[in-house]
Ligand binder design. Sequence first.
Ligand SMILES: *Cc1c(COP(=O)(O)O)cnc(C)c1O
Length: 456
Amino acid sequence: MFDSIKKIFSDDEGKPVSTTAKPDISREKSAELYEKAKTYFPGGVNSPVRAFKSVYGTPLFIQKGDGCHVWDADGNQFIDFCCSWGPLILGHNNAKVREKVVETIQNGMSFGAPTALENELAELILKNNKYIEKIRFVSSGTEAVMSAIRLARGYTKRDKILKFEGCYHGHSDSLLVKAGSGLVTFGETSSAGVPKSFADETIVVSLNDKEALQKAFKEFKDQIAAVIIEPIPANNGLLLQHKEYLQFLREICTANGTMLIFDEVISGFRVGFEGAAGYYQIQPDIITYGKIIGGGMPVGAYGASAQIMDHISPVGSVYQAGTLSGNPVAMGAGIAQITELLRMGFYRDLNNKAQEFAEAIQRFATARNYKLKVFSIGSIFWFAFTDKDIRTAEDIDPQSMEKFKKMHRELLNRGVYFGPSGYEVGFISSAHTKTDLEKAKRAIFDSLDVVFRSNN
Ligand SMILES: *Cc1c(COP(=O)(O)O)cnc(C)c1O
């Protein structure tokens, strides 16, 4: 108690209020590379959010990363809270992961035939995760989710799926669907190029709304193959759900013969080794993984009970394949990273560190009456420029993103890198030391002062 009071004072004490914006860092080389990139790629990027459309300036071209730091083409150094959007739970360029990749690559890069490395990674995962019995490796989170949906449809012999507004499940057709108006809606496509007939198979409801779920199950009785949810929704802000709501979801799916898919591409191996399933102690029917599982290499996976997984070809009738699936180099990276996560106390230490960080920022904002809420779970955090509780996508005020935009610029100018959108969460890795987090906090405090106290 005394400690926390002391912290409030030391956070706020004796520091001049810095309401002046810092001059922008040099981005000459990045800007030059970006101009070139625009002639090669649509929007100059190979994935849209990277284009810095919702923050100031041109994207930073990253030259290298080490530990919790990245360096851009102009030589600017940043403490990185994007961590490649989540995979790098051990930070950049982790020696164990790098050495395993180098060792593996000596023997060749791909065979299109089974290797012992696939067994090794599968064993590490399955022995330590009681929520799945068999797994299939693919090459991205999108692919994992797409395959899980097909498995659920093949298994139940039903066509419709139900998803939630504010959950992202990769870019496959039936999931690029957003809510229309009304409590329960047939989805509307959220991308050009998705046939309306595909979107018609996807039902979209709001998170945290039992009534909407009941209505959907009533309206589409015996037609819903699967309900898919990010049990810890972290792609549209951090929309933490009540455990009781997730339990309700489990029950309503069971009662209706519908499969419950937990999309754990972000939360898997992040909030704990067993992900959100373990965190909430809820047994879904299928779980998808990605991001952390590949140690920074392109790997995704989906898993379920042996009985369900045996519906996948070559034993079952649900087809799914991949030229580079189970790629040995990617498996090597995954093995090295997962092995570290299994060390005693890994998650306890990481989560405590992250919690302290989030709480300190919340205390600072509260002490100064800034309208900011820091939502966090495990080593995931999100800044919401609001004083309200936020549980659904609709709870987020788009206007509040202006504040994020300003903060993002001030943070870059103070050596802190956040993902370039206010809807994206931040990640803390085991490579973020207390000293780094202390430095980052100072930069965040100063940036918040500029955001909230300046008149521009
Ligand atoms: C990132 C993500 C995906 C997509 O994974 P990719 O590897 O980008 O294809 C799917 N679902 C969730 C929850 C994600 O966070």
